[in-house]
Design a protein around this ligand. Structure first.
Ligand code: NCD
Length: 353
């Protein structure tokens, strides 16, 4: 039986609960597909402002004081998890982290039951990473909480996509129109690639992908990109290149003869970097296999903005977490005039008011 067939009685206000279909939906960031140019630029502007504040120091701020953020990571992560945690803490939120290993998921509890329990403890925003595409969207449709997708299967990784856009906006002096990104490597298993393509196309840039045929999704052009037969052709005249990790954990066997051959045919070498435009930069979402996707001299070289991406990730996630709370408050206020439901919303409502 579908989960919400029958009306459900809400739990006391402030506690996590099923979302009643008649309720105002909360604000979520589930993907970049279908997001408008203005919406994306608005988030990038907010992230730029956060970066200025973070660089100036004086943290923690109190933008999200009283807001509870749960990081639910059902798949491994370094950058994304730490970056969300730092962002939430910098803004004064209360943060708890749940990982699959060490949680009741390893005892057989379902995702839905686990999250329902987490929400019953009083949670305003949940950041979800999950090996199954669509898991964050499922939770967003069923639970009364703002959901941020931190990477779901091969589907999307919207905050990574946004931090890549933020980095490229700096590299490209604010102009996306007419620019071209080369995306190289394992496109088929990459949620990073999909979010980057959707975001760049929405902003007027173009994307050319290149990689072994076995690692290109069927009908990849339907995502909005073009395909180059070689890495040299993809990078020739490009305004930036982003290398993608070989996602062996998602591969069936036999997709690649060897990493040595991959690196020779598809690796980002200094010679290939010279094929790009003079000011073009090199990106990688990490984790990076040095000497496989990117030569060490390139990764550590002056054209690399890989660590800028990581710095931008914290500011971008500050902006996204703040947007979850602001948008919910604004939406609830517009719908009912009642914005005193949840602790975080209270705080933000006072600030907005
Ligand atoms: C990526 C991911 O997990 O999708 N990493 C990240 O979040 N920075 C890419 C990868 O795992 O290769």
């Amino acid at each position: 039986m579908p989960i919400l067939q029958h009306p459900v009685r809400p739990a006391p206000r402030g506690a996590g609960r099923f979302r009643h279909p008649s309720e105002a939906p909360r604000w979520h960031l589930l993907g970049l597909q279908g997001r408008s140019r203005d919406d994306i630029l608005d988030l990038l502007d907010a992230a730029d402002a956060c970066r200025v504040r973070l660089r100036a120091g004086g943290t923690p701020f109190d933008d999200l004081r009283g807001v509870t953020v749960v990081l639910a990571f059902f798949e491994d992560s370094t950058r994304t998890r730490v970056s969300f945690e730092l962002a939430a803490r910098h803004l004064g939120a209360t943060v708890a982290t749940l990982t699959a290993a060490g949680s009741s998921v390893s005892k057989g509890e379902s995702l839905f039951d686990t999250m329902q329990n987490i929400l019953a403890m009083g949670t305003d925003v949940v950041v979800v990473r999950h090996p199954s595409s669509g898991a964050p969207a499922f939770l967003a449709s069923q639970l009364d909480v703002s959901v941020v997708n931190a990477g779901d299967g091969r589907h999307e990784h919207p905050t990574q996509g946004l931090l890549d856009l933020m980095t490229l906006r700096d590299v490209w002096n604010g102009r996306f129109e007419g620019r071209r990104l080369a995306l190289v490597g394992d496109i088929a298993h990459s949620r990073v690639a999909r979010s980057a393509i959707f975001g760049l196309v929405a902003l007027g840039a173009s994307v050319v992908v290149a990689g072994p045929n076995t690692l290109l999704p069927a009908e990849v052009e339907r995502l909005g990109c073009t395909v180059a037969p070689t890495v040299d052709q993809a990078m020739d005249g490009a305004d930036a290149v982003m290398a993608l990790r070989l996602q062996r954990e998602r591969m069936d066997s036999g997709l690649l003869p060897s990493t040595g051959e991959f690196s020779k045919v598809w690796g980002i070498t200094p010679e290939r970097v010279r094929l790009m435009n003079r000011d073009a930069k090199v990106l990688h979402p990490g984790p990076m296999n040095r000497g496989v996707e990117v030569a060490t001299e390139v990764a550590d070289g002056e054209r690399s903005v890989i660590l800028d991406q990581v710095e931008n990730g914290v500011a971008l996630r500050c902006a996204v977490l703040a947007r979850c709370v602001e948008a919910d408050v604004a939406m609830r206020r517009a719908q009912s005039g009642d914005h005193a439901g949840r602790p975080g919303a209270d705080v933000a409502a006072r600030r907005l008011g």
